[in-house]
Write a protein that binds this ligand. Structure first.
Ligand SMILES: [Zn+2]
Length: 341
């Protein structure tokens, strides 16, 4: 008889099939200089109450996007088992090594810049981030009815708050997704019809799993009004999904959502020189085609005129670079345009 092999693939301390409230870690095997026989802890929590839909809540897909992390931890701590119909799985710090380092990307992988949301479907014997992606896809996505992937923009970008869906071509699911946009009640609701390979959305929508993502501010901080609108919006969506019981009270939406289309390349302004970016617009501003947008100052040769930036395509200012220093190729600003249906 051949010698049996023992798997070093990620494992989960929490039995996700068990009713009740449970917490523990996904264990990511990582034999490092500091800890030869150690594993990396990715926190996971589950509240299950009989049969029903399963909602997967993801925070920390990028490690420096904090509103979603706060919302997911707080929801787990306050929800009772009897509030839930079906199951909610909480993964507040999905790329935990990146979250603990306060970075968008994990410093532990070969490149030192491993972006979880570019590594799906992952690899059970790959780098730590490969293994996390593999675990999410194999053990969590497959059991989910809907995934709520709560992003903010991260340290290098700030966003006007929004949530986004990808139409799936299935009438009942698309109707629910459009309801989610309105119920989430961020100022902007973005409607797309495609997903990118190697992202979590690429594992969800094409496989019939409802997927909503957000951009809840950014700049590597928590903004209270944006965090709170995300908190209320998520609860309304969970209620619409049917995973929160009839008696669970949610606040009414605070605003009408402006529906926006997914942006194209002409909506972006990229840096075409290195320097210091000075925006002259604010997030949420309405701007025209060709409108003046800001400067890039040359701080090595300060006697030179600054580069003047203009919007190619107007719309609502949705994204703005956060640090002033910029390099060629950095996204500085981009706009969104109204969704025409
Ligand atoms: Zn993100």
């Amino acid at each position: 008889m051949p010698t049996p092999k023992v798997s070093l693939a990620p494992s989960c301390e929490v039995d996700l099939d068990k009713d009740g409230r449970h917490h523990g870690y996904v264990r990511i095997q990582f034999s490092s200089h500091r800890s030869a026989y150690g594993w990396l802890p990715v926190p996971i929590m589950s509240i299950k109450n009989g049969e029903g839909p399963c909602a997967l809540l993801i925070g920390g897909n990028h490690g420096d996007e904090y509103e979603g992390i706060s919302i997911i931890i707080d929801l787990f701590q306050k929800l009772k088992v009897e509030d839930v119909k079906g199951q909610i799985i909480f993964l507040p710090a999905a790329n935990a090594p990146a979250v603990y380092a306060g970075r968008r990307t994990s410093p532990l992988d070969y490149t030192g810049e491993a972006n979880l949301n570019r590594l799906f479907p992952g690899d059970q014997y790959g780098s730590p981030t490969d293994m996390i992606a593999w675990f999410i896809k194999t053990h969590l996505v497959s059991r989910s009815t809907a995934i709520f992937d709560l992003h903010s923009a991260g340290s290098s970008i700030d966003h006007w708050p929004s949530c986004k869906i990808r139409l799936m071509g299935e009438a009942d699911k698309d109707e629910m997704q459009m309801d989610f946009l309105k119920l989430f009640a961020a100022p902007l609701g973005s409607v797309g019809d495609r997903v990118h390979e190697t992202t979590l959305s690429g594992e969800a929508s094409p496989n019939g799993i409802i997927y909503l993502s957000t951009e809840l501010g950014g700049a590597g901080r928590i903004t209270p009004w944006i965090r709170d609108l995300g908190d209320a919006g998520l609860k309304r969506c969970l209620k619409r999904l049917g995973v929160l019981g009839d008696d669970y009270q949610v606040p009414a939406p605070e605003r009408e959502v402006r529906l926006m289309a997914m942006q194209g390349g002409e909506n972006y302004i990229f840096a075409t020189t290195d320097g210091m970016f000075e925006p002259r617009v604010e997030l949420g501003d309405e701007v025209e085609d060709g409108q003046f947008a800001g400067y890039i100052w040359n701080i090595r040769e300060p006697w030179r005129e600054p580069l003047k930036l203009h919007f190619n395509k107007g719309g609502v200012v949705f994204c703005k670079r956060n640090p002033a220093l910029c390099e060629i190729g950095d996204t500085l600003l981009f706009t969104l345009n109204d969704y025409e249906g």
